[in-house]
Design a protein around this ligand. Structure first.
Ligand SMILES: [Zn+2]
Length: 87
């Protein structure tokens, strides 16, 4: 006789009370695909990547695998990155 059922308790913390969702627009160098990346994700990358402060956290394009550059992003070290600066 089996009467042991595991009851899964899922608690989701949905306390997103931010009025505006912050994200960074990334543009692919190759195919110019645009992608919105949540600021928290970009920040995480920025913090992990402690190498070159002149290079922003980069992502790969989902379509072509090319490098994506932020349209505008101010890094955790106060460095500003602009797509217009590298084009
Ligand atoms: Zn691309």
């Amino acid at each position: 006789m089996q009467a042991s059922k595991k009851s899964k308790k899922k608690k989701k913390a949905t306390s997103l009370k931010q009025s505006k969702k912050q994200s960074v627009s990334y543009v692919c160098f190759v195919c110019h695909e645009k992608e919105e990346i949540p600021l928290s994700v970009v920040r995480d990358f920025d913090l992990m990547d402690d190498g070159d402060p002149t290079t922003p956290p980069m992502f790969s394009c989902e379509k072509c695998g090319g490098k994506m550059y932020p349209e505008y992003y101010k890094g955790v070290h106060g460095v500003e990155y602009k797509l217009s600066d590298v084009l």
